[in-house]
Design a protein around this ligand. Structure first.
Ligand code: 5RP
Length: 258
């Protein structure tokens, strides 16, 4: 019923549900993998009586969650979160990430730095030895954004990084984030020192945030198309594995797909 990529996303979201305890305050991520999580949480709420409260990382996730009966609270009302669960565009062996492919990196970082745990749900195609194969999203304010773009190019030159900055489009116009900013995608291929690059970029006044999520992940869940979920916790080299029976999951998949 689902292709291998979607099955992997479902499996990672399903495995991540095991991190959710009753009455937790949750941060809900953005993207196609996080959408599976939102659907599974809505199902667990209505069919198993799971109680939780939630803040979201984007207007898209807010809309999806509320359409499924999950009330979304303002982050400032809910306060410190127990757990945030989100997807990623890339992860390295230290569980550092590139995020922002969906354009929600700023709210994601705000929500996820306010969470005691960050669980990333993903698949093996996102695993890299060095971050940078995925273009690095950088959120910039509209005012003077082309000047900011030039200053970013200077930073790359100074750091001896061979990179291009590409203005993200949303149709004919630049893509606009939930916070009213633009996104520049930096084509770097390989980021030698992610922490130094993040510091250099965020020292430019027009840069609001980067998609480098460093030292934030507490656990990563990697799902695959055969129903295998692998989990690695921060600071451990070990992976634990759980095999799901896809035939047994078929009814749940059908139910949450609506
Ligand atoms: O950072 C994100 C959105 O800003 C997403 O988590 C990231 O793009 C992964 O998305 P998907 O699960 O659809 O592959």
């Amino acid at each position: 019923m689902l292709n291998a990529a979607e099955t992997g996303k479902f499996i990672s979201a399903k495995r991540a549900l095991e991190f959710v305890q009753p009455d937790m305050k949750l941060g809900l991520g953005t993207g196609s993998t996080a959408a599976w999580l939102v659907k599974l949480l809505a199902d667990a709420k209505s069919n198993n009586g799971l109680q939780f409260s939630a803040a979201a990382t984007s207007s898209v996730t807010t809309q999806l969650a509320e359409s499924l009966g999950i009330k979304i609270h303002a982050l400032d009302d809910i306060g410190q979160l127990d757990l945030a669960i989100d997807g990623a565009d890339e992860f390295d062996p230290d569980l550092n990430l590139i995020k922002g492919g969906g354009g929600a990196l700023l709210q994601e970082k705000i929500v996820e730095t306010a969470a005691d745990q960050l669980v990333i749900i993903t698949d093996a195609s996102k695993q890299v030895q060095h971050l940078g194969a995925f273009d690095l999203p950088v959120e910039v304010v509209k005012f003077g954004w082309q000047t900011t773009q030039r200053l970013i190019a200077d930073v790359l030159k100074t750091a001896d990084v061979d990179g291009q900055t590409i203005t993200r489009r949303g149709g004919d116009n630049p893509f606009v984030t939930d916070e009213g900013h633009f996104i520049l995608d930096l084509r770097l291929k390989k980021i030698g020192n992610p922490a130094a690059l993040a510091t250099a970029l965020t020292s430019i006044a027009g840069v609001v945030e980067t998609g480098l999520f460093l030292d934030m992940t507490t656990a990563i869940v990697v799902g695959d198309g055969n129903g295998l979920a692998r989990v690695q916790h921060k600071g451990s080299a070990d992976w634990t594995e759980q095999q799901y029976d896809l035939d047994a999951e078929a009814a749940l998949i059908k139910r949450v797909m609506g």
